[in-house]
Ligand binder design. Sequence first.
Ligand code: SF4
Ligand code: SF4
Length: 189
Amino acid sequence: MSKTRQPATKTAPTAKRSKRAAQKGVEKARSAATDDAVWSDAEVKPFWEAKRLSQMTADEWDSLCDGCGQCCLNKIEEEDTGRIYLTRLSCSLLDIDSCRCKDYTNRFQRMPDCLSIDMKAVKKLKWLPESCAYRRLNEGRGLAWWHPLISGDPDTVHQAGVSVRDWARSEAGVPLDEIERYIIGEATS
Ligand code: SF4
Ligand code: SF4
């Protein structure tokens, strides 16, 4: 298997917002969402039910990121088949305990392969976890009970075992030729 280390990340609805970008804006956006922005139509539906992903504002988009940290894990792509395998090695800039980027503002400068999770990425990236809010909404599955926008508590993503907090380890110090040892499975499509 030939490998390509691919720290993945997240974010943003438009190409300029990155997924992690999402994270930073999450709390602010969640706050706004919880107050008034959430109730965005006359039917009193929350915005994630009333709008399509493509219709969401930047703050709404950002607030959808549940902070699981899964897209900040390294992946290995098999050259011959194009199959993508997930590892439990996280980008070295991920704070595994909080599942937040340690330098969100400068993430693209610090990690050139940090990806933006925008609408295009949501449609294209087959390795986005099934739990990812963007993937869920794009597939018409709605948000889960543990999503902070539903629970009102950012810790529920950890309590539900959805985040990488309890099992990821940093890629720091791991030689490229050893990352195969940390494969945890093939990405779902
Ligand atoms: S995988 Fe998790 S951290 Fe990444 S964009 Fe989706 S919800 Fe946010
Ligand atoms: S720089 Fe690393 S930790 Fe930060 S958002 Fe990008 S992949 Fe995640």
